[in-house]
Design a protein around this ligand. Structure first.
Ligand code: G4P
Length: 298
């Protein structure tokens, strides 16, 4: 699914989330572990208005395990609590209610000290399209989807799902938009399949994929496509990257008349393999990358 975001949509999405913030104790921010910055909403701090937050590195099963830890550290250095999760199988999903409780401990303790009986912690899952929000909600709900709609302060039609460990979630997640001011972000989201490649040129996404993979995962692609050529010496050299794409295309029989390589076809193969994890567990951006992280102009 690719949503075309316009300023009006963004304002509405922001308002919808901010309305829900009044109902919840904690925001659960989902990021794609393969592209934690590119899958992050650029205005998230402003939108969440200081609400306690848990960051989830989702799809961790598709991402490089070493990089998962590095990214966890990166966000922890920013002062966040982080869980590394695979919502598809449910791996480490049970940490979410536990971490939520830890984050909200001071508040819960205050309520107890005042003689109050603390109610369940209420959370809202937020993230850009395709990051796995529905999958995680279903996973947390498990078999015991309990609808607890008629509570004070709950908008009519707003339903809560019991997520275990005294955590309740709003049944509809908050949908955020990704950053648009950076073409690299578009390529990275297209590489993961989060945005439809039709809106970008497939050979450009393939080019960018190879540029990224050749830097950090050369042995993986060399093995997958039986490459016998040397890795590019200079990743900024277009000709060297195209040379690798052509070699992959040749190995996979992506030829046009005149024995020229069909780079679109070669790109399609690379992207399909990447998304289906045929290249193994790959993370497409690293905390130490010189990645422009700019704010969207408000
Ligand atoms: P959304 O609500 O945020 O839009 O995302 P959704 O849950 O629909 O998940 C999008 C796709 O990501 C789904 O694949 C889902 O199975 C997959 N997914 C979610 N979490 C994980 C995870 O932790 N690991 C892996 N490997 N996949 C995950 P899909 O239904 O096949 O959709 P698509 O891939 O055809 O877009």
């Amino acid at each position: 699914m690719a949503i075309q975001w316009f300023p009006g949509h963004m304002t509405r999405a922001k308002r919808q989330i901010q309305d829900k913030l009044k109902l919840i104790d904690i925001a659960i921010e989902l990021l794609d572990a393969r592209v934690p910055i590119s899958s992050r909403n650029p205005m998230i701090d402003e939108i969440l208005q200081g609400k306690p937050r848990l960051i989830i590195l989702n799809k961790s099963d598709l991402a490089d395990p070493v990089m998962n830890e590095q990214w966890k550290q990166y966000f922890e250095n920013e002062g966040h609590t982080v869980a590394i999760v695979d919502s598809n199988t449910g791996t480490r999903v049970n940490e979410i209610p536990i971490l939520t409780k830890q984050i909200l401990k001071a508040k819960i303790d205050r309520q107890i000290a005042k003689g109050m009986n603390p109610r369940a912690n209420r959370g809202l899952i937020v993230g850009i399209p395709n990051v796995g929000k529905s999958t995680l909600i279903n996973r947390l709900a498990g078999r015991n989807i309990a609808i607890t709609g008629d509570k004070p302060g709950v908008t009519k039609g707003q339903q809560w799902i019991k997520a275990g460990g005294e955590l309740e979630l709003l049944d509809t997640p908050g949908i955020l938009w990704p950053r648009f001011d950076d073409q690299i972000v578009g390529y990275r989201l297209a590489m993961t399949g989060a945005i439809r490649e039709q809106i970008l040129n497939i050979d450009e996404i393939g080019y960018y994929a190879i540029k990224t993979l050749a830097g950090r995962y050369w042995n993986t692609i060399a093995e997958r496509y039986s490459l016998t050529i040397d890795p590019p010496k200079d990743l900024e050299d277009n000709e060297e990257i195209v040379r690798v794409m052509e070699e992959i295309g040749r190995k996979r029989g992506c030829l046009m008349s005149g024995n020229r390589v069909d780079l679109d076809k070669a790109s399609g193969i690379i992207l399909r393999d990447l998304r289906a994890a045929k290249l193994g567990r790959i993370t497409l951006e690293a905390p130490f990358d010189d990645m422009p992280i700019r704010e969207v102009k408000k």
